[in-house]
Ligand binder design. Structure first.
Ligand code: XMP
Length: 507
């Protein structure tokens, strides 16, 4: 049985990070809304309570009854989680002074406590709550303090229940990994046997069981998730998997040809469909961004549906959905929301059963699985690319000519990033074709041509992003190459907006 840690989510921005850190300890974990603990699941070995945007004394604060868990499983409360357990057992939580935000250092530690094994006083921790525990219940005892917080961590007497007011999951907490390891491995007894290889073994076996001799179709996008899903399914069911790769005409330069070749090299049974003409026809004269996206989304579903039903007796649709797409996240009102889905609408339309073999993995784990499956590094490290492709990077109407101009400029930028060893340092990069023409001079002639913007960002999850500080010399070279080599472009700009408030894509 796959043992697991359950993370009860009280709505903190760092809940997913707790999950990733536990997985880094080769321990499987699941994030569930605070009130959805799986009481009947015998494979749970420990519980972590996340932080929350609320204060424990807020009317709207999320509350949970831990009586059926306490005494049965080890519990670690983080920030709000710690305050909640202290408060509901008779302790006091009060608004804290500003000094308790951000960096702090552990002053005193009970080094004999198993939670603090191999952690020394002086270690930096990260606080991010406006509240602090000013007194703990009678049957709890403090096990760490900082200069300004007397009860930075506590344990309930003779019980496997701990609370820490700082965030061990964030990288600013120096010994955060050690603390989580102490809890997950020493206290909960994790066997640490969750890794890419074990995931592949169990998933391949489960897929064979689930799919039997059924036929499966999968839409490839060229991206990491769908590619890894395809290779994993190929290992499980071989030729019963048919992959479909649709060219909507707005892929990168040579992308269709190159990616198709990669896929064939991986032994996949893949059908490449060049539907670009259909898409260009539908998009003619359309300038409104949302309409462009809708046309492409619908066009994709139509083409995919048509091709998929050429596969005789197809029963399943496989998708490369990953964990962050599926985690039921809590809104501030406590309603559970699901984040967006890449090819929304496809399963409903096709009347097929849905198979999502990566639905429990974080992005870095998908990459690790891809490596373990022997996929080439350039496929695994590929930047994310939007489903509607260059269509969201052409402002105004879309024509094949504009796409061709953008493909050339984009190719120079991306190839440049690779040549200068910068590709892996940015999360995502691309060029935007602006609906602006400006005066220039080339040789003795005045020109009146297009402007493009280069966009390159650093990010960990695309939820927030910062513009990449690319070297000036590199930008100068790319600008020069684009203006000299791409007919129709005489001006290059660099987008220095971060997200929020800007977004990564322009449309
Ligand atoms: P934004 O522009 O919202 O982008 O900051 C965040 C991430 O999502 C990608 N993106 C899309 N992906 N269909 C997709 O499959 C879309 O319509 C779409 N729009 C944005 C974007 O490239 C970035 O990685």
């Amino acid at each position: 049985m796959q043992e697991k840690i359950i993370i009860l989510d009280f709505g903190s921005q760092t809940t997913q990070l707790i999950g990733r850190r536990v997985r880094e300890l080769n321990t499987y974990c699941e994030i569930v809304p605070y009130n959805k603990f799986p009481h009947d699941d015998p494979s749970v070995i420990g519980v972590i309570l996340s932080g929350s945007p609320f204060s424990v004394y807020d009317d709207k604060a999320f509350k949970v009854d831990l009586s059926k868990i306490r005494g049965r499983l080890p519990i670690l409360g983080i920030c709000y989680g710690a305050q909640f357990m202290a408060y509901t057992n008779g302790g006091t939580v009060e608004p804290a002074g500003t000094r308790e935000y951000g960096r702090a250092h552990l002053a005193k530690i009970d080094e004999s406590n198993p939670l603090f094994k191999d952690i020394k006083a002086g270690s930096q921790v990260w606080m991010s709550h406006g509240d602090t525990i000013t007194s703990i219940p009678q049957n709890f005892h403090p096990i760490a303090s900082t200069d300004s917080v007397a009860i930075a961590a506590y344990q309930a007497d003779d019980e496997k229940l701990w609370g820490v007011q700082f965030h061990p999951e964030v990288y600013h907490t120096e010994d955060g990994t050690q603390l989580l390891k102490n809890f997950v491995v020493d206290i909960c007894g994790s066997r640490q046997d969750w890794d890419a290889a074990s995931f592949i073994d169990t998933t391949v076996a489960a897929l064979r069981e689930q799919l039997g001799d059924d036929k499966v179709v999968l839409g490839l996008s060229g991206g990491v998730d769908s590619s890894v899903a395809a290779v994993l399914l190929n290992r499980a069911i071989g030729k019963n998997l048919t992959c479909i790769f649709v060219d909507h005409g707005m892929l990168r330069k040579n992308e269709f040809k190159n990616v198709l070749r990669d896929y064939e090299g991986l032994g996949l049974n893949v059908i490449g469909v060049d539907a670009s003409e259909e898409f260009f026809n539908e998009l003619k004269g359309v300038t409104e961004p949302e309409r462009k996206r809708k046309i492409i989304g619908k066009g994709f579903i139509d083409v995919f549906d048509r091709e998929a039903h050429k596969v005789k007796d197809v029963k399943w649709l496989a998708q490369g959905t990953i964990y962050p797409d599926c985690i039921e996240s809590l809104s501030i009102t406590g309603t559970v929301i699901k984040s967006h889905h890449n090819v929304g609408g496809l399963p409903e339309k096709m009347n097929l059963k849905l198979c999502e073999p990566l639905r429990l993995l974080f992005k870095d784990e998908v990459r690790a699985v891809g490596r373990e499956l022997g996929m080439p590094e350039h496929l695994i490290k590929r930047h994310p690319f939007p489903g509607p492709g260059l269509a969201v990077r052409i402002l105004g109407d879309i024509t094949p000519e504009k796409v061709a101009v953008l493909q050339e400029a984009d190719d120079i930028f991306i190839q440049g990033l690779r040549d200068w060893g910068l590709y892996d340092q940015v999360w995502q990069a691309g060029v935007i074709l602006l609906p602006v023409q400006s005066v220039g001079v080339m040789g003795d002639e005045r020109t009146y041509e297009r402007a493009v913007a280069l966009r390159a960002v650093t990010s960990t999850d695309a939820m927030t992003a910062d513009w990449a500080r690319l070297p000036y010399d590199f930008l100068a070279k790319v600008s020069n190459d684009i203006i000299n080599k791409v007919k129709g472009v005489n001006r290059v700009t660099y987008d220095i907006s971060s997200k929020p408030p800007a977004t990564i894509e322009w449309e």
